[in-house]
Design a protein around this ligand. Structure first.
Ligand SMILES: C[S@@+](CC[C@H](N)C(=O)[O-])C[C@H]1O[C@@H](n2cnc3c(N)ncnc32)[C@H](O)[C@@H]1O
Length: 371
């Protein structure tokens, strides 16, 4: 099956970081595109990516790519694919579809058409008139962009950002994949102290702790492909063992703080759920009084953005006050700060050394980097 590709969709702006991660996981022929990363399929790579990827949203196995300007082309292209190599006789195959800039616009009709094509192919292969779909789920995803259809099997299930440690959250939590991406973009690898002075539910310090320890983020959750007949359970065990063998045993200086005591309590609970409570600590503190005693370190943080007008002004005052505190911080500290506020640099009082566009869900943000 070496001719197939694996694909991980990413938040816009994280494609390069995700590609780097995959290369470190020994993925072959890694290619970053807009909003996704592709690499060569092997069963090991499918399992490893699910267990270990920090910045990818899911792992899809691409079974086909063909032109689909109309429903006949969609049916014929889909029916030509070897579904019986992947979906067993009783396999269930729910379908999700998204179309962008294409002649086929009705997602409902695309799903019905694809359901018929896959059902007809499997029915012919198994000698059945109707597929019972009573067994394990092999979720199919159809994506049509500019009249090109791509068909995938979703090996992940609930998105990879759902690590399982954040049952409850503050109002504006950061997606785990984005928090991990910010930490990786800050070049933190576990050596220097790391601080998040606006930590909310603790996502950044928790992801930093997992990065420092090289802990695979998927060890505490399950994946759709764990039930698939052609991905052996032995392989999942071997890859989980391999990931655990690669963990470091070290001491790290990671701290999150927030002005809201409830957020701090939540962050502590989440760190316990993530199993990193011994690697990061949390306390109540005002970020506008940020004065680290250490000569060097990294701040990776996500302050309030102020989405509404009044809040916007409050956010500006907060950035100005944090900017004043930052001027007294020793030169050995770097700052990576995510905000959607267009006036961040002006109110903070300094132009960023580097600016990188990142999307927090659909919200366009910048990662402002200093030092
Ligand atoms: C966007 S949220 C951070 C979300 C966090 N990254 C997460 O994943 O949960 C911003 C946080 O800044 C905190 N905050 C606001 N003003 C602050 C201040 N002066 N000092 C410290 N924290 C503050 C808020 O309580 C809120 O939890």
């Amino acid at each position: 099956m070496a001719q197939f590709d694996l694909i991980s969709p990413t938040l816009f702006g994280l494609e390069g970081v995700c590609a780097q991660e995959l290369k470190r996981l020994d993925a072959q022929n890694v290619r970053a595109e807009n909003g996704r990363v592709l690499w060569d399929y092997t069963p090991e790579s499918l399992v490893r990516a699910n267990l270990c990827l920090r910045t990818g949203e899911r792992v899809l196995l691409r079974l086909g790519r063909f032109s689909a300007p109309d429903f006949d082309a969609l049916y014929d292209g889909a029916r030509a694919l070897p579904w019986e190599d992947f979906i067993p006789r009783d396999g269930a195959f729910p379908i999700r579809c998204r179309t962008v800039g294409s002649r086929l616009t009705s997602q409902q009709r695309c799903v019905a058409n694809l359901k018929a094509a896959v059902g007809d192919r499997l029915g012919a292969a198994y000698g059945l008139e109707h597929m019972p779909e009573t067994g394990v789920e092999y979720a199919i995803r159809l994506f049509i962009m500019d009249d090109m259809a791509e068909l995938y099997l979703d090996s992940t299930g609930p998105s990879l950002h759902k690590r399982g440690y954040r049952a409850m959250s503050v109002v504006a939590p950061l997606r785990e994949t984005l928090a991990a991406g910010m930490v990786l973009l800050s070049r933190y690898r576990g050596k220097d102290p790391l601080r998040d002075p606006f930590c909310g539910s603790g996502t950044i310090p928790i992801e930093a702790a997992m990065i420092a320890k090289n802990r695979a983020p998927g060890l505490d959750r399950s994946f759709s492909a764990q039930k698939w007949a052609w991905v052996s359970s032995q392989l999942w065990l071997e890859e989980a063992d391999r990931a655990m063998d690669l963990e470091y045993d070290g001491e790290y200086d990671i701290e999150g703080s927030d002005i809201d005591p409830k957020a701090v309590e939540l962050a502590r609970d989440n760190a316990v759920k993530a199993g990193v409570e011994d690697l990061c600590r949390f306390r109540v503190a005002d970020a506008t009084k940020f004065t680290p005693p250490e000569p060097r370190g990294r701040v990776v943080t996500n302050p309030p953005y102020g989405e509404r007008i009044l809040e916007k002004r409050e956010a500006e005052d907060l950035y100005a006050a944090f900017g004043r505190a930052w001027r007294a911080v020793p030169e050995g500290w770097s700052l990576s700060l995510l905000s959607s506020h267009t006036e961040f640099e002006r109110t903070f009082g300094r132009k960023a050394d580097k600016k990188r566009k990142l999307y927090n869900g659909r919200l366009k943000c910048d990662l402002f980097q200093y030092g």
